[in-house]
Design a protein around this ligand. Structure first.
Ligand SMILES: [Zn+2]
Length: 522
């Protein structure tokens, strides 16, 4: 077990009925890059993801397909969600399903505790329910319908009519936690990030919190309320608990104490669930709240949000089929300021692939290895006396390593990549200025040639270590050509300390091959 600090990072669990789109892959990649970075820094890291499988909508879809809801969920997990993780190379340590026995038992244990401690009561509830959202709607959440729904009030997200429901439900005394939540946001200003999401959450809670209906009686696809089996637990209450049931809440205290609390990445549209309801639930159970809830922005395609209800989604595989998983990961982490909305376009990914990956990083790697192969028969040259130009490269390696590490601690993933890219640019500039091919023509410049190529190779190795959390495949290939030991064992916060193999191996192909047809045929 790594001796470092605990770093537990969780993504929201996928709602199985969704169609996987690049928005899902984006959250996963961000969490994965952070997890790989921390793992490679020696932190005791745990990356959790999984699937949300209960609720009325899943029951209805399963029924319409003439299968049980469990069989329906199994099929979607196998055919859609686990393959998505492979498509973008996610290194999750666990995958929890809300139909896992460990989860269902954990939900019941948690709920029973809240019930025993007086945080749950029974009451009548009447309200407008959107099955699409699996949520009761406030009048302000509804808009006038159009088309077939003209004259009706519809859900603003789904554009479909809501249902007026009246039920005897169990309620969670969320209103008790209003002041404690406001105190939390005040005393721990980085609990909700970034700033705009934090402000929205604080405003929301300041308007007053109502108790939360946490059970449903009209259908049975869910976790049964332990003291009243006529009721199933509200899907959001059930789903949020995955973050603690996965790490042994109530059954494995050692694992739980070692991991909890988590850093949680969510899309900003579900920040309220994670930054209001979830910490209130934890407070009621006497558990620590998450270390941080980071609400990232939306991906826009042609200015429109990638959403589950408007099927404008692009499947991640459409992109990885053309550019590969590494380029997918690089592009979305680099081109979009983490925390803000960002626009995806085929032109942009294509341009960055060519300029930054193929010409910038890939070409640098090929050139350095090819010159060492050609001028020194592949034996790694030993540097002689260093000039200020050589020392400047060395200084850049140390500076960008520290800057990237600090940026990753702030979830500023795109800033970490821009810092690392300074080293790509510095190394390319260094080679252009030092002209090793010209030095190679002069017998009396042999030592200088050795110094230049040794310096360039050192920088290239540092880059390989720094980029491995972002582009695990390309960096592994490059490491096999130049490095010694396991790439993922190289401490990323001391990237410049890597050791080269005695000889370099030629790269069989470019790290980022030329793309002939950037946009798949429609
Ligand atoms: Zn809705």
């Amino acid at each position: 077990m790594p001796a470092g600090d605990s770093f537990f990072i969780a993504t929201p669990i996928f709602y199985v009925n969704d169609v996987p789109h690049i928005g899902h892959a984006y959250t996963e990649v961000a969490a994965d890059v952070l997890a790989r970075w921390h793992r490679q820094r020696g932190d005791d890291t745990w990356l959790l993801t999984g699937t949300d499988e209960h609720g009325q909508k899943i029951l209805r879809t399963a029924t319409s397909h003439d299968v049980t809801p469990q069989a329906w969920a199994d099929k979607l997990v196998t055919e859609s969600w686990k393959p998505l993780l492979e498509t973008v190379d996610i290194s999750n340590d666990d995958f929890i399903r809300t139909t896992d026995e460990r989860h269902e038992k954990g939900v019941q244990r948690f709920l029973q505790k809240l019930h025993d401690d007086g945080y749950i009561y029974q009451g009548e509830f009447e309200g407008f329910y959107c099955v699409g959202c699996e949520e009761y709607k406030q009048p302000g959440d509804l808009v006038d319908g159009t088309g077939a729904f003209e004259g009706e009030q519809v859900c603003a997200i789904h554009s479909k009519p809501v249902e007026l429901l009246k039920e005897s439900n169990y309620f969670f005394r969320m209103s008790d936690f209003e002041q404690r939540l406001l105190d939390l946001y005040e005393s721990q200003p980085d609990f909700v990030q970034p700033e705009n999401v934090r402000n929205e959450i604080v405003q929301f809670v300041k308007q007053g919190l109502r108790d939360l209906s946490i059970s449903r009686q009209t259908f049975d696809w869910g976790v049964k309320v332990p003291w009243d089996e006529e009721h199933v637990v509200y899907v959001w209450f059930d789903a949020l608990l995955n973050y603690v049931t996965a790490i042994g809440y109530g059954v494995d205290d050692e694992q739980f104490d070692r991991r909890w609390p988590a850093v949680q990445l969510v899309g900003k549209d579900i920040a309220r669930f994670h930054a209001v309801i979830w910490p209130a639930m934890l407070m009621a159970a006497g558990l620590p709240v998450p270390k941080a809830v980071f609400g990232h922005g939306w991906l826009l395609v042609g200015g429109e949000k990638m959403s589950k209800s408007k099927l404008t989604g692009i499947a991640p595989q459409q992109i990885t089929d053309v550019f590969g998983a590494d380029a997918f990961r690089y592009y979305f982490m680099r081109a979009i300021t983490f925390g803000q909305d960002g626009n995806f376009s085929w032109e942009d990914i294509s341009a960055r692939y060519q300029a930054e990956l193929a010409n910038g990083f890939g070409n640098l790697a090929s050139r350095v290895i090819a010159m060492i192969t050609r001028y020194f028969d592949g034996t790694v040259p030993v540097a002689g006396e260093l000039t200020s130009a050589d020392l400047a490269v060395r200084e850049t390696e140390l500076r960008v390593t520290a800057a990237a590490d600090a940026a990753m601690d702030r979830f500023a993933i795109n800033e970490a990549l821009s810092s690392i890219w300074e080293l790509v640019d510095v190394l390319n500039g260094y080679i252009t200025e030092q002209e090793p091919w010209a030095l190679a023509k002069k017998d009396d410049q042999r030592e200088r040639l050795a110094t230049v190529l040794a310096t360039a190779l050192r920088g290239l190795g540092t880059l390989t270590v720094l980029l491995s959390p972002f582009m695990p495949t390309a960096t592994r290939t490059l490491w096999e050509a130049i490095g010694q030991g396991e790439l993922t064992s190289q401490p990323v916060d001391r990237a410049a300390e890597w050791s080269s193999a005695p000889t370099v191996q030629p790269l069989a192909a470019g790290l980022f091959p030329r793309i002939e047809q950037p946009e798949p045929a429609a």
